[in-house]
Design a protein around this ligand. Structure first.
Ligand code: GDP
Ligand code: IMO
Ligand code: MG
Length: 423
């Protein structure tokens, strides 16, 4: 059976968690393929909001298996807290959750290195979530990392000590003030590792291949967004993994010709956390209104997300790179009440108007060219069928479908599972 893939098309926080949860009833396996606890995926149902960082967003459904793939990096401390947060919901975690032996571990010193690296960059900092993501992927590609499968052997502690000592030397090199107590961090780390070791730790690629052969339906859940991809994102202001479709192949062991539907999720506007270029960013009261109505604060760090209009240049680029076959538009409800909505169709540069996403999107090099679209006044949050949606909203959706040459199959009109309209 083929694998479907769901990923964010902007700078993350598009609403992936909500939609994976909605789609899970049609799948047997939900598999995360990259990123780590830098992700914050929010789900809401029965009046309760849940935020997941490492655990896939299908965990609340009784039937689906949730798999943390080899491409993910895991911090046992955060993972343990996530499991504890799930305890009121009587989920049989140790039955329903599988972890790849090949997933890499985030060590306490990876987190320290992340903090030191950011501090040493000063104004040029990436705006990292400081979860140790960059240093862990560096050790992975540098062939020094420690994988989940390693901790099942007795000898791995020697490797832990060698790697940690190397990290401490690297911390000295950064030469920044950093207060920490490594002993305390290690106590917490080794304690949390015991929880992780109680989970089913598997050869995940082989598990997936067998599931495919058995005709199981698999949904691969992306983290972050395409514009944070280490190759195709706004480098260096990106994360350290492949957030685009190719990441599902390397992060799960799924062959490219086995991927069927690629669901691309985007917000009806744009947000971004951390430092970095953002051409359609709004610095006025419109941006403040979107931020307030959309509750645009990071699910992992609580930082305010910067807000701006929808950027079709960036969105078309993400659709192409991922081969998106269906779109899902989130947070349309947040735009209710604006007289006019703007959409960026092209970038004005020194060499004229361009409609491709260029090497550099620094705001002093690019001015967005907007098209005005009539807004709608109606509240969308109580609407449950397409026919009840206001005409101007539907015109906005039609306009986007034509521009993006891809069908918008779901529009989301609120954070709850139920506030989801299929088209
Ligand atoms: P993810 O990282 O892509 O899973 O997205 P986040 O969970 O970080 O951020 C999305 C936020 O928007 C969460 O607070 C969701 O509860 C919320 N959300 C998702 N869909 C909608 C929607 O259609 N309307 C509104 N108002 N909020 C939504
Ligand atoms: P989800 O899965 C939004 C951003 C950080 C920073 C950059 C690098 O919830 O959509 P990192 O911690 O990876 O070194 O940070 O990437 N970032 C995210 N922004 N949503 C995310 O995940 C993000 N994960 C990382 O803010 O700018
Ligand atoms: Mg998020």
């Amino acid at each position: 059976m083929s694998v479907d893939l769901l990923l964010g098309l902007q700078w993350g926080d598009e609403g992936k968690g909500k939609i994976v949860d909605v789609l899970t009833e049609s799948y047997d396996i939900i598999a995360r393929f990259q990123g780590g606890p830098n992700a914050g995926h929010t789900l809401e149902f029965d009046g309760i909001k849940h935020v997941l960082h490492t655990i896939p967003s299908g965990i609340f459904h009784s039937s689906a298996i949730n798999l943390i793939g080899n491409g993910v990096v895991i911090d046992p401390v955060i993972f343990k807290k996530e499991i504890e947060n799930l305890s009121p919901y009587h989920i049989d975690i140790f039955k329903k959750l599988l972890i790849s032996k090949k997933a890499h571990l985030i060590l306490p010193t990876h987190r320290l290195l992340d903090a030191a690296s950011e501090a040493s960059k000063g104004k040029a900092k990436i705006g990292s979530t400081l979860k140790g993501i960059g240093p862990t992927y560096m050790d992975k590609s540098g062939r020094n990392g420690i994988r989940v499968g390693d901790v099942l052997s007795k000898k791995w502690k020697e490797r832990y000590i060698t790697l940690t000592q190397k990290h401490l030397k690297m911390l000295d090199f950064h030469n920044v003030e950093l207060e920490y107590n490594l002993r305390e961090l290690e106590v917490e780390f080794f304690d949390a590792l015991e929880t992780l070791k109680k989970c089913q730790i598997v050869d995940s690629e082989s598990y997936i291949h067998k599931a495919q052969d058995a005709g199981k339906k698999i949904l691969a859940e992306g983290a972050q967004g395409s514009l944070l991809d280490v190759d195709f994102g706004t480098y260096p202001f990106v994360t350290s993994s492949t957030t685009t479709a190719a990441g599902a192949c390397t992060g799960l062991g799924v062959a490219p010709n086995k991927i069927k539907e690629v669901f691309g999720i985007f917000k009806a506007y744009t947000t971004r956390v951390g430092s970095s270029p953002f051409p359609t960013e709004l610095f006025d009261e419109v941006g403040a209104k979107i931020s307030k109505k959309g509750h645009e604060f990071g699910a992992t760090t609580g930082r305010a997300r910067r807000c701006g209009w929808l950027d079709l240049v960036a969105l078309k680029y993400a659709i192409q790179i991922n081969g998106v076959s269906q779109l899902m538009m989130m947070k349309g409800d947040v735009l209710s009440g604006f007289e006019t909505i703007k959409v960026c169709k092209q970038y004005r540069t020194d060499s004229g108007l361009i409609d491709h996403f260029p090497y550099d999107i620094q705001s002093d090099l690019i001015t967005p060219e907007y098209k005005d679209i009539p807004g709608w006044k109606e509240d969308l949050t109580q609407i449950s069928t397409e026919k009840d949606l206001p005409k101007n909203f539907l015109d906005y959706v039609d306009f986007l479908e034509q521009e993006l040459k891809t069908p918008i199959k779901i529009v989301s009109v609120g954070p709850d599972r139920k506030q989801t309209i299929l088209r």
